[in-house]
Structures are given as structure tokens and as C-alpha cells.
Write a protein that binds this ligand. Structure first.
Ligand code: SF4
Length: 412
């Protein structure tokens, strides 16, 4: 592969027809365009719905009024420029406002707007904050893509973090293995750096972002393998994106392939309601079903991911749904009181986000029920219910019977 070249204007992409470039320029005046020759070579230009194309090539629908630029209200957890502290044990450092390409559905696209000042170059004060907070054991380097920093700059940041004893995990959020794996393959000094600082008792994690199985190319896998061999722990996180991975087969293939190559599927996200993201959004119920059905088709190792909404109040995991309700739980919470909180919401198939859902008042339901009943009475009720479904309460249904039903969880 010749040297990878970065492109910042749609005019530079020969395969885009002239007539499309006019409206694309309008879109890009609002939300910037960036891609590179390696990633563009993965696109099947004969397919107007090609999923890789949807990831980086602008869509007219981005101009529709939809969502906020800071959909998860990161401003509210920013303790100083470039440093977020939302969950007790985790700090987030925004180091860079450039990526190997710009995902059209990016939830941090506000960083790419000129004059944005949320990113830091000199991290002295941020390191002092982390050092002064012994509860911070994890630091996520992000942006933008930290692997687009020079290796020299990255070394400064990583070595400074390794001087803070309580910081055991350094995570690097990066889509470079998908966008341009040559960043790893062509820079042995980057591999040496990660080798030096990924220690047996304090690992470096690379949080990759593969959205579609076709991004797992031979070069990408060689780069991932190179990193794993020096002790970097690999995980993957991806939103569920309309036209990219919102079908069961594609998502199951992605989960499966990631597990085959040793990358843990960690999170699948509900696409945040971010400005410009209308063409990429999938309703919550649909995204959950795609995730849940894909999960049932793959091995245990491939289905380790959770499906979550990264909401301003915390990471809210979707657990199940039935005809009437959606069942959620805080996987991580901003307020300690919410940690692990279980929520039952009225099911709404038009909802896209936590804020669109209405919580059921469980206390009122519980109070309305009899406070205590004789065990015989409960047994009788269970039997009557079992009878109404045509099964005896004494006989537990077999795995085959359970698999045949539309239950939200597969049997153990
Ligand atoms: S790699 Fe991440 S930060 Fe960069 S454009 Fe894509 S989603 Fe946004």
C-alpha cells in the first residue's frame, strides 16, 4: 500500500459524482469531512448503500434539525480544559481534535469545529488533578484520536500517567486500526512505547472502534496482533448505526469476528442524539432487538458486550423488553445514588434516548399489591397462571421450549 494520504475536501475524492459535491460541500461547511486513501479504498463505490461509505461520506440528511452538539452534556463533567471526571474511578483526557477520518455519526463532532477549545496540549494541570484524586485508577485518552499524536507527544502523556501510582489502567480510544492501521505497522517506536508502558500489573488498553466487519482487514488485524503481542489489551466499542450495522447478520458477524481475532466486544452504544446524526439513528427498541438477536447467534466470548446509552446521568444498560415495558439499569452512574439502579419504563417504539422514555412508578404498583399473602395463596395463583398458559406449575419448561418462546433472555 503506498503512503496513506489524508483528504479534507470532498472534491479530492474522485469517486464522488460532481452533482453530489455541491450539496456535500454545504453539509461539510457544518460538519467537517476527513478521510484517507486507505479507508476510501475499502468502499464499494458501485453500491450507493455501502456501509463503509456511510461511515465517512456525507449524507444530505445531516442538515436536518436533530439532536445537540454535546448530546451527553460533557461540558457538565469537565473539571478543567481537556479533563472530564464523571465516574469516580475514571478520568478522560481530550488530547487531540483530529481523527484518521471523521465518522459522520460522531458524538464529539463539536471538537472538529474551528475555535473549539476543549482539547489540551500541555497536560501539566490535568496530571496534577489526577494525582490529587487517589480514587482515579483509570484514565482514558481520547479526543479526537490520540494515536494521531506524534509518538513523542504520546510518550510524554503516557510516561506522566505512569508516574501516578494509583493510575493502573491507561485506555487509548482509537479508530486508527480501522481508519489507518499503517499508523501502527509503520511506526516501531509507537509499538515500543506501548510495550514499555503496558506492564503486568498496569496494562494499556486499546479501545478500538470497528463498526462493520469489513473494516477488519488483513492490515488492521496485523496491527492489532502487533499490539496484543506487546501486552496491549484490546476491546471494541461501536454505536449501532443505521445502514452500517443495524441488521442482525452484520452485527453477529462483527461480534463473532472480533472474538476470533482476540478483541473483546465491550460496548454497543445507542447512537447519541447528536446534531447532524438523523440519518444514522436507530430507534431504541429496534437497536436493542438487533443487538439481542445477534447476541443469541454467537458464542459466549463473542457476546460479552453490553448495549448501553451513554447518557448525561450515566451509562444506562438496556436489559430486556416485553410488550409493555423496557427494562434498564445504570451500569455506571454519575450520582452514587443511581449506581446499579433498575428502571422500568413504558415501552415506546418511537423513542431514541433515555429522555424519550417515561419511568413506571414501581412504588405505586407495589403499594397497590397486597403487602403479604399466605404462601398457599401465592402457590394457587402461580398454578392458575401456569394453567392459563397450558403448563403445569410443577413442571419447569425445557430449554427447547424456552428457546421457542420470545423470551428476552436465552436460557442458561
Ligand atoms: S473516531 Fe471517534 S472521535 Fe473520531 S470521528 Fe470517529 S467517532 Fe468521532
Amino acid at each position: 500500500m503506498p503512503k496513506v494520504k489524508y483528504l479534507t475536501r470532498v472534491d479530492q475524492v474522485e469517486a464522488i459524482p460532481q452533482e453530489d459535491r455541491i450539496w456535500m460541500k454545504q453539509v461539510c461547511a457544518r460538519y467537517k469531512f476527513r478521510a484517507n486513501t486507505y479507508y476510501l479504498s475499502l468502499i464499494d463505490w458501485d453500491d450507493p448503500d455501502d456501509p463503509i461509505r456511510r461511515i465517512v461520506i456525507p449524507e444530505r440528511g445531516e442538515l436536518a434539525l436533530w439532536g445537540r452538539l454535546d448530546a451527553s452534556n460533557e461540558a457538565d463533567v469537565t473539571v478543567m480544559p481537556g479533563l472530564e471526571h464523571k465516574y469516580r474511578d475514571t478520568a478522560v483526557l481530550l488530547l487531540n481534535k483530529v481523527c484518521g477520518g471523521y465518522c459522520r455519526f460522531c458524538f464529539r463532532k463539536r471538537l472538529f469545529i474551528d475555535d473549539n477549545e476543549e482539547v489540551v496540549r500541555d497536560t501539566t494541570e490535568q496530571m496534577a488533578y489526577i494525582r490529587a484524586h487517589p480514587e482515579i485508577t483509570n484514565v482514558l485518552l481520547t479526543g479526537g484520536d490520540p494515536l494521531l499524536l506524534s509518538t513523542r507527544r504520546l510518550r510524554k502523556v503516557i510516561s506522566a500517567l505512569r508516574e501516578i501510582p494509583q493510575v493502573r489502567i491507561i485506555r487509548i480510544g482509537s479508530k486508527m486500526l480501522a481508519f489507518n492501521p499503517y499508523r501502527v505497522l509503520d511506526d516501531p517506536s509507537l509499538v515500543e512505547l506501548l510495550d514499555e508502558y503496558s506492564k503486568p500489573k498496569a496494562h494499556i488498553y486499546l479501545m478500538a472502534q470497528y463498526n462493520h466487519p469489513r473494516e477488519l482487514t488483513g492490515e488492521g488485524l496485523r496491527a492489532a496482533d502487533t499490539l496484543m503481542k506487546v501486552g496491549v489489551v484490546m476491546c471494541n466499542q461501536s454505536p449501532i448505526i443505521h445502514g452500517v450495522n443495524d441488521d442482525v447478520e452484520t452485527l453477529a458477524t462483527l461480534m463473532r469476528e472480533l472474538s476470533f481475532v482476540g478483541i473483546t466486544p465491550y460496548y454497543f452504544f445507542q447512537c447519541r442524539p447528536t446534531a447532524g446524526n438523523k440519518p444514522y439513528e436507530v430507534a431504541l427498541t429496534k437497536a436493542w432487538r438487533v443487538f439481542d438477536r445477534a447476541r443469541r447467534m454467537v458464542s459466549g466470548l463473542a457476546q460479552r458486550a453490553r448495549f448501553v446509552m451513554s447518557h448525561a446521568s450515566g451509562k444506562v444498560e438496556m436489559l430486556a423488553e416485553d410488550d409493555d415495558f423496557t427494562y434498564l439499569r445504570y451500569h455506571r452512574a454519575r450520582k452514587p445514588a443511581d449506581e446499579g439502579r433498575f428502571m422500568v419504563m413504558e415501552r415506546d417504539d418511537t423513542a431514541y434516548w433515555l429522555d424519550d422514555l417515561v419511568e413506571v412508578d414501581l412504588r405505586r404498583r407495589v403499594q397497590a399489591a397486597p403487602v403479604s399473602r399466605a404462601p398457599e395463596e401465592v402457590d394457587q395463583e402461580l398454578r392458575a397462571e401456569a394453567d392459563s398458559y397450558g403448563i403445569s406449575a410443577q413442571e419447569a419448561p425445557s430449554d427447547e421450549e424456552l428457546l421457542g418462546t420470545d423470551c428476552a433472555f436465552p436460557p442458561l
